[in-house]
Design a protein around this ligand. Structure first.
Ligand code: C5P
Length: 284
């Protein structure tokens, strides 16, 4: 089929450096204040304009159902919003673990919205793209934000204030191979609302994730890994990201991060997802 326009884009994951739940809202969501940071772990999307229809392929066969995928939902939403007759073909090379609290699906969706805005030459302003993004999920607006890799997100996540961290941090991100359901984590929190453990204060923010208590009570691997990280000499502090199940540890230098990764693999196994990242510098 004739390809009209095409682009290859990276879709970065995020971590939450803090996640405070401020209360339950009448619409069923929770009011948040969370510091989100883009990290270098990323998916790759090939996005093409074609004559008609939405076609989707994915490197992970478990995610190949186009109907369930946020990337194709984003394409459909964009085409409908601007009454476009054209079609879209997406190939997703998946690297960000799923159900990990890393915003992988949200980042893919945000990347599709931004790419289609460019490829179709609609040039809709960021505010409108953010409004479309919020319809797809609470985290998606963050991935529309183009002017910085870190932002404080409020509301249910869609009200963003870009900020700069005072210095760059390095880290190791790990994922146990199982996911945590986000609706389950919020529902369990609501049954017994209590703040997560307050961690170390950095310049301008303190690590804390209020979704840790529900996730930690169901999945003992998570607090075990966090406690192990905190005992390592290189680690400034450690936290679960989002609703889990990934956990990250922050270090000051890239050398420390490298040593930590080697020790993590020796302790917890070579096959687990474990990646180095940096936070606080522009990624794309
Ligand atoms: O917006 P999203 O679809 O990502 O949210 C998934 C679920 O997580 C929601 O259905 C809701 O149960 C919960 N959630 C919440 N408060 C938020 C974000 C998500 O309760 N701010």
């Amino acid at each position: 089929m004739l390809v009209l326009e095409a682009v290859k884009q990276y879709a970065c994951a995020k971590i939450n450096l803090y996640l405070h739940i401020l209360g339950k809202r009448p619409d069923g969501y929770h009011e948040l204040e969370t510091l989100m940071a883009l990290i270098s772990v990323r998916d790759t999307l090939d996005i093409e304009l074609i004559h008609s229809g939405i076609e989707f392929t994915c490197s992970d066969p478990a995610l190949s159902d186009a109907k369930d995928n946020l990337a194709t939902k984003a394409a459909r939403l964009f085409l409908d919003a601007f009454k476009l007759e054209t079609g879209v073909r997406i190939h997703l090379e998946k690297k960000i673990p799923v159900g990990a609290g890393l915003g992988g699906g949200s980042s893919d969706a945000g990347t599709v919205l931004r790419s289609l805005n460019m490829l179709t030459k609609i040039h809709c302003p960021n505010e409108k793209l953010i409004e479309l993004a919020a319809r797809l999920g609470s985290d998606v607006p963050f991935f529309i934000l183009m002017h910085g890799p870190t932002a404080i997100c409020r509301g249910r996540g869609e009200i963003m204030e870009a900020i700069e961290l005072t210095h760059e941090l390095q880290g190791v991100l790990v994922h146990p191979g199982f996911g945590v359901s986000t609706p389950w984590a919020y529902k369990t929190y609501a049954q017994n609302p209590q703040p997560g453990e307050t961690g170390r204060a950095f310049a301008g923010f303190t690590l804390r994730n209020d979704l840790e208590p529900p996730a930690f009570s169901k999945y003992p691997w998570l607090p075990t890994v966090k406690a192990w990280f905190r005992k390592q000499p290189e680690v400034l502090d450690s936290l679960m990201s989002g609703s889990g199940s990934s956990v990250f540890a922050l270090t000051k230098t890239a050398d420390e991060r490298g040593r930590l990764l080697v020790r993590f693999r020796a302790e917890f196994g070579e096959t687990l997802f474990a990646e180095m990242f940096s936070v606080g510098k522009r990624i794309n």
